[in-house]
Design a protein around this ligand. Structure first.
Ligand code: ADP
Ligand code: MG
Length: 571
């Protein structure tokens, strides 16, 4: 086929496809324009998951009458960028100047806008990018863009849209992300006539957290704040609060919502050993750094970015999260529960009304006034000095601290102690190993043998000396010194089986460590002397993260003085 230049309408539709993939992409572009226009209130209205209609209303500075046509019909028309050099220090969300034109090319679009310093606004209606009519019109300052029948002229795209419910979910999620990034803007979403989101625009991220995630989750979030050159700030969930997917890890870079594997990875590294496997935290973090250090012009949707110094950003995020967890992660508290129950009920009541956010805050205020909720969450990283009193059910150590009673799970606590010890040893050289007086023979299935062969290096590093003896027989000559207490053969077989499940590479290495620690730790059901318990608690106090074991289970629960007094009706 001969090479031909595409007709402008065809080219426009192809280009539009890069920016506009689904209704949520339209919402995104329109909201970003409203934010760039310094709006303090952004109302979004959608019908049928945005397939039928999307409307974004803002009170921003509007478009001057003379510029409306250009903005809607010429690609690469923007007021936000002049020279190539400007690209390196972009402060606005938009700069490519192609969104409005792209959206107009694949829908029926109406705009009503008035610039702050003009008397009369502009009304313009387009279909497939062609202007149908325009007129001057009196209207409030700001901009209303209405997009109807998206993709009506691009059947291929239309076909790929998902169900209304799914498209609606994308939009919901998107708007709540922008609400989290811009707490000072009042956002609302009206979906088929129902108000599904409404933020106050108070400027306080915590208020938006309550609206988006509910009171109960918000209460369990820890505030991250940083003052470094790469400033990381926002909220992260306490380790006992987690989700099955990574969807709730939200990142903003200079308040631009971005998707970046590296950033999520930095967070997950920081939570390492604090969460059960396959569980993920809830995270809302903004990374603030000089615009010169980021390239936002990587992709038309601007969801991907490039950092000039990736490693620095990684370390900054990981450090900020780790520090917050160390300093603020609470001991799961018994005392928390009755409060939560009460608050949950109150919040439920509020939810049935429209004023959800206001209600939740009212609840909080009443709670403060009535002093019904003496929050006994000890917000600290290190343990307070504890005095061991005895053992319960041969499993829990009872201890007293300045803030009440602590029940410590002897097994998980010991796991944490051993884990820290092992990691410290591995950093130095090899872990300490103990030769067996007589080698131990293991009969392995071919499956188990394969795992051992594959994991030889890490097993050796941990202090195992295992060698093949022909067939499925293996000789164990030495084991990690921490393992000596238990039935060694049985433990090794169990560790091998756990390794089998763990995949390869880093995951397997990780599993080897955790599994070894678990098999070495003192079991529930074992009687401990007061001296042994004291020693365990002392060692636990020295660990980096004393509140959870490496699997992410709690090592202790706390019954506060206040809670005891309440239970005994002493006040
Ligand atoms: P970009 O945002 O990349 O500049 P767009 O196509 O999204 O490109 O918008 C084109 C131009 O139209 C913007 O640069 C801005 O001047 C103007 N504009 C679009 N939406 C609004 C709005 N809601 N309020 C004020 N100006 C707007
Ligand atoms: Mg834009």
């Amino acid at each position: 086929m001969a090479i031909r230049v595409l007709a402008p309408e065809v080219a426009a539709k192809i280009a539009a496809g890069e920016v506009v993939e689904r209704p949520a992409s339209v919402v995104k572009e329109l909201i970003e324009n409203s934010i760039d226009a310094e709006a303090t209130e952004i109302k979004v209205e959608v019908r049928q998951g945005g397939k039928r209609l999307i409307r974004v209303i803002d009170n921003g500075f509007g478009i001057p009458a003379g510029d409306v046509e250009t903005a809607l019909t010429s690609r690469y028309s923007t007021s936000k960028l002049e020279k190539v050099e400007d690209l390196s220090h972009i402060k606005t969300l938009g700069f490519r100047g192609e969104a409005l034109t792209s959206i107009a090319a694949v829908s029926r679009l109406t705009i009503v806008t008035r610039a702050a310093d003009e008397e009369i606004g502009t009304f313009m209606r387009l279909e497939g990018g062609k202007i149908l009519n325009r007129e001057g019109r009196g209207c409030p300052k700001g901009t209303v863009v209405t997009v109807e029948n998206l993709f009506y002229n691009v059947p291929a795209r239309l076909k790929f849209l998902r169900s209304e419910a799914t498209e609606r979910r994308y939009i919901d999620f998107l708007i709540s992300r922008y609400a989290l990034a811009y707490p000072e803007i009042r956002f609302s979403l009206l979906s088929d006539g129902r108000l599904t989101l409404q933020t106050m625009g108070s400027g306080d991220l915590y208020d938006v957290l309550i609206e988006v995630y509910g009171m109960e989750v918000a209460e369990q979030m820890l505030e991250v704040s940083g003052e470094e050159e790469i400033r990381v700030a926002g909220y992260i969930s306490a380790p006992h609060l987690h989700r099955s997917s990574r969807n709730h890890i939200s990142f903003f870079v200079n308040r631009r919502w971005v998707q970046d594997r590296m950033l999520s990875y930095a967070v997950e590294e920081a939570y390492h050993t604090l969460l059960p496997s396959e569980r993920h935290p809830i995270v809302v973090l903004n990374v603030e750094l000089s615009p010169l250090m980021v390239d936002v012009n990587v992709h038309p949707t601007k969801r991907e970015i490039k950092f000039l110094k990736r490693d620095d950003v990684f370390v900054a995020v990981q450090k900020a999260v780790r520090r917050t967890l160390k300093e603020k992660a609470p001991v799961p508290s018994l005392a928390l529960r009755p409060d939560l129950e009460r608050r949950r009920r109150l919040v439920e009541v509020g939810r049935r009304r429209r004023r959800r956010v206001e209600m939740a805050l009212e609840v909080q205020r009443t709670a403060e006034v009535e002093k019904i909720a003496p929050l006994t969450l000890p917000r600290m990283g290190k343990l307070p000095p504890l005095r061991v009193l005895g053992q319960l059910a041969q499993t829990y150590i009872i201890a007293e601290g300045p803030e009440g009673m602590y029940l410590i799970d002897q097994h998980t606590a010991h796991e944490r102690v051993l884990y820290d010890k092992l990691m410290a040893e591995r950093e130095r050289v090899a872990s300490s190993s103990q030769a067996l007086l007589e080698p131990l023979t293991l009969e392995l299935s071919s499956n188990q043998a394969a795992v051992v062969e594959d994991s030889m290096e890490i097993l050796k590093e941990l202090g195992f000396e295992i060698e093949p003896f022909g067939g499925g027989t293996y000789l164990v000559r030495a084991v990690p010194s921490m393992l000596t207490e238990s039935d060694i053969a049985k433990s090794i077989l169990e560790i091998i089986d756990e390794l089998k499940e763990a995949g390869t590479g880093k995951a397997r290495e990780e599993m080897a460590v955790i599994s070894l620690v678990c098999h070495s730790a003192v079991k529930a059901g074992k009687v401990l002397s007061i001296e042994e318990m004291k020693e365990l608690v002392r060692q636990l106090e020295e660990t980096s993260l004393p509140h959870t074991c490496p699997h992410g289970r709690p090592t202790m629960i706390h019954l506060s003085q206040a809670q005891l007094e309440r239970e005994f009706r002493r006040r």
